[in-house]
Design a protein around this ligand. Structure first.
Ligand SMILES: NC(=O)c1ccc[n+]([C@@H]2O[C@H](COP(=O)([O-])OP(=O)(O)OC[C@H]3O[C@@H](n4cnc5c(N)ncnc54)[C@H](O)[C@@H]3O)[C@@H](O)[C@H]2O)c1
Length: 321
């Protein structure tokens, strides 16, 4: 089993690689090789099988061709630029998130071996005048360029699968929190930084009110679900290859209370509420009331409590003092 993670230098890509390295098998077969490819050379991971790292720009078909070996069995397509970045830079968003996805699917098709392709979509594919809750049958109605690019990716994953070029499956990730590292250019960046920075003893700004509701999943659960997602039988995935990944709805207040329950009262004192209209405009258009029946039925899961998300951050990611 030869696995490629495109976007393997990113937060989810690195955690997925570490988890696959520990696990050693996927889809009933031993992993014999794994490649992490990213626009910047990814940090290598320790594994009992060979792991390569390589640079790849998915927007460049030649670069994609050299990164996707002919014997690749499973391709995780995580490479993308995130929401606020794609909104600010229309051309780059389409070049990477749309054309890049086409380049990867075309290369997968050219292999002629019908590799499994796991695509990471987003709940940003929903929006506008669709009723709550969002169900498996809600039509895609993105209200941002990023959401539109992900929606196009979903349709392509469906069509390439229908044609038998790939065995595709796409998962609309909830917002991943608590995300390690530094703030990024996602409009959702604050949904981690209001917890991560205070847990690390630093100040953070919350750009929305504390009753702001959203749909969350921990990095640990996300990776578990991406592994289960690759293992699903093709027939179970069905004719719509894309589905919501389960998450849970919490308010900003509930996130902060969970942090206080796990880490004491001090971190919450480092959060300053300061309205940021540009961020609010994007995140208030996102739909959080999701009913992910299909993925739950297929065995994907959400976190039990947000306290768990806080504990996972402290166990897995908090930098040593
Ligand atoms: N983290 C979330 O909350 C969330 C929510 C919904 C969807 N997603 C999606 O999940 C995937 C992984 O998210 P993440 O949080 O790990 O993001 P991330 O930004 O940490 O990782 C994405 C990686 O893609 C790489 N990349 C960007 N442009 C590239 C290019 N042209 N060629 C090759 N690599 C390129 C980046 O360098 C980065 O390492 C993305 O597709 C993202 O859109 C994430």
């Amino acid at each position: 089993m030869n696995i490629l993670i495109l976007g393997g230098g990113g937060v989810v890509g690195q955690k997925l690689a570490q988890s696959l390295a520990q696990r050693g098998h996927l889809r009933g077969q031993e992993i014999t090789r794994m490649t992490l490819a990213d626009i910047v050379d990814p940090v290598p991971v320790e594994a009992p099988f060979p792991v390569e790292t390589t640079t790849c720009d998915i927007a460049d078909p030649a670069s994609v061709a050299t990164s996707i070996d002919a014997d690749t069995d499973v391709i995780y397509l995580l490479a993308a630029i995130v929401s606020a970045h794609a909104e600010e830079d229309f051309d780059t968003g389409y070049r990477i998130n749309m054309t890049g996805t086409i380049n990867v699917l075309e290369r997968a098709r050219a292999l002629g071996t019908k590799p499994v392709v796991v695509f990471t979509s987003s709940l940003a594919v929903f929006g506008g005048e669709v009723p709550d809750p969002i169900t498996d049958h809600t039509f895609l109605n993105p209200q941002t360029s990023y959401g539109t690019q992900k929606a196009i990716g979903e349709l392509l994953v469906n069509d390439y699968s229908r044609k038998g070029f790939i065995d595709g499956r796409g998962f609309r990730l909830p917002t991943i929190s608590v995300r390690p590292g530094k703030p990024n250019r996602a409009a959702s960046s604050f949904m981690s930084s209001i917890l991560r920075e205070p847990l690390n003893g630093q100040e953070a700004i919350c750009p929305v009110e504390d009753d702001f509701l959203h749909y969350y999943l921990s990095p640990r659960k996300c990776v578990e679900n991406l592994i289960k997602g690759a293992e699903l039988a093709e027939d179970d995935v069905g004719m719509n290859r894309n589905m919501m990944m389960p998450g849970k709805i919490w308010s900003v207040r509930q996130l902060i209370d969970a942090m206080t329950a796990v880490a004491g009262a001090e971190p919450a004192k480092l959060i300053r509420f300061e309205a940021q209209p540009d961020i609010q405009r994007i995140v208030k258009g996102w739909r959080y009331d999701q009913a992910p029946e299909k993925s739950l039925k297929l065995g994907l899961t959400a976190d039990d409590s947000f306290e768990d998300n806080i504990r996972y951050y402290l166990e897995d990611d908090k930098p040593a003092a």
